[in-house]
Design a protein around this ligand. Structure first.
Ligand code: PLP
Length: 446
């Protein structure tokens, strides 16, 4: 079909997620194919994939081993339900995940998106306390600016005002503590002081309310959609200690950070944290198929294990839970991680990225560059000295990424922070190309 027709049809029939369709209609884009770190649209224009197609495609596109694994699985079976019956790749993948995850995590509950993995974590924590006869523990603590996905449970522990405000009366209430964010902190304090104050505030809340609190949700080390904000060292460990002290389940969301992105297989490893529940998605199938998982401890699993009539069963499941094609893709993906020593590669490449981004810090409108492994956020500000943001109506972040598209690279901003999360396999030359496009776009738009 000719490309103009497809554009018209896309505007006529589609409603894209997290997209103001008026923006899309003014700047439509239809991707048709991809190879390595490049995507191609229906007119043959090529774009570097500067956001790993929303933080998923760790190996870029059309990774042969994963293609083969999916085709082989297709020749056996595509799907059988996991409700009451296991399937082979789901077992093998669960074993692999448990092998890679922090030591205390022993059980895998599948779903199909980051948000559902969080939804499950919340319900699991909630029911755990019911099953243990401590049904008063029903509430959750979350952090300012947290983002955990878009289902109702996940937005109830989400605190990005512009995304979540509108749904307020639809959500359950959660208790909120400030995120220790050195760059945006109103007083210019050192990160350790900000961290210690934040932990103090959390402890005060726990002292008062722990009897009613089931769990605390937290993104692992870095908040993604809330602005690419990195916690000071020791903060996550501090949360873990307080959660243990006050008998609150620690739910760590590794949806964005899991699978090598930060230079460790899971970001909790930076602090030696062992969550009671950990959610993973995105990188698990390297962008091939929608698989997610909620990992938990034997202790939590056992609280649900009883005769059916006790009604302790975890009454949760999705039609596509543990889909065989998805699990086969994930297994092939994790084999490549080992074969290509991808986590070690990230550690090396993140140093190169740091060097490449360094000159941008001199730019008068680059307020801050935040980086953890191959997750980077470049915050654009109107006044660097006073940290004053651009007018909201200017949408600097959005227009800068549209300019980047014109120059041959795709990404999406979070507010006025440009997200740079290239595939983990991006070569040195491709990284240089990507950063130079970012620089040119920032130069032109600010
Ligand atoms: N949790 C975190 C930390 C995320 O960054 C995201 C998505 O960006 C989600 C959950 C939701 O994942 P999904 O979009 O797969 O539902």
């Amino acid at each position: 079909m000719e490309s103009q027709k497809l554009v018209e049809k896309s505007s006529q029939y589609l409603w894209l997620p997290f997209t103001q369709m008026k923006d899309y209609d003014e700047n439509p884009l239809i991707i048709e194919s991809g190879e390595g770190v490049r995507l191609r649209d229906i007119d043959g224009n090529e774009y570097l994939d500067g956001y790993s197609s929303l933080w998923l495609n760790v190996h870029g596109h059309r990774k042969e081993e994963i293609n083969i694994a999916i085709k082989q699985q297709l020749d056996k079976i595509a799907h059988s339900t996991l409700l009451g019956a296991a399937n082979v790749p789901s077992i093998l993948l669960a074993e692999k995940l448990i092998d890679l995850a922090p030591n205390n995590l022993k059980r895998v509950f599948y779903s199909d998106s980051g948000a559902t993995s969080v939804e499950i974590a919340i319900k699991m924590a909630y029911q755990y306390w019911q099953n243990k006869g401590r049904g008063k523990k029903q509430k959750f603590i979350t952090l300012q600016n947290a983002y955990h996905g878009d289902t109702v449970g996940a937005i109830s522990v989400g605190k990005v005002d512009i995304f979540h405000r509108v749904y307020k009366s639809l959500m359950f209430d959660s208790l909120v503590v400030p995120f220790p964010d050195p760059y945006h902190h109103p007083e210019s304090l050192d990160p350790e002081t900000i961290r210690d104050r934040a932990l103090e505030e959390l402890e005060n809340l726990l002292k008062e309310h722990h009897e009613e609190i089931a769990g605390m949700t937290v993104e692992s080390i870095i908040q993604g959609a809330g602005g690419m904000n990195i916690m000071p060292k020791g903060y996550l460990k501090g949360i873990e200690k307080l959660c243990r002290k006050y008998e609150v389940l620690l739910i760590v969301d590794e949806v964005a950070t899991g699978f090598g992105r930060t230079g460790k297989m899971f970001a909790v490893e930076h602090e030696g944290v062992e969550p009671d529940i950990m959610t993973v998605a995105k990188g698990i199938t390297a962008g091939y198929l929608p698989i997610a998982a909620t990992l938990t401890t034997e202790e939590i699993y056992q609280a649900f294990y009883d005769d059916y009539t006790s009604l302790k069963t975890f009454f949760h499941g999705h039609s596509y839970t543990g889909n065989q094609l998805g699990c086969a893709a994930a297994l092939a993906n994790l084999e490549i991680f080992e074969k290509e020593q991808l986590v070690q590669q990230v550690q090396m490449k993140s140093k190169l990225i740091e060097t490449l981004l360094e000159p941008l810090s001199e730019h008068p409108h680059v307020g801050d560059i935040r980086q953890l492994g191959m997750i980077c956020g470049i915050e654009l500000v109107k006044d660097k000295e006073k940290k004053i943001p651009f007018e909201w109506s200017q949408r600097i972040g959005y227009w800068t990424t549209i300019k980047m598209r014109e120059l041959g690279m795709l990404t999406r901003p979070v507010g006025d922070t440009i997200v740079f999360m290239p595939p983990l396999v991006t070569s040195e030359k491709e990284l240089e190309e990507m950063v130079s496009i970012m620089k040119a776009a920032i130069e032109e738009m600010t």
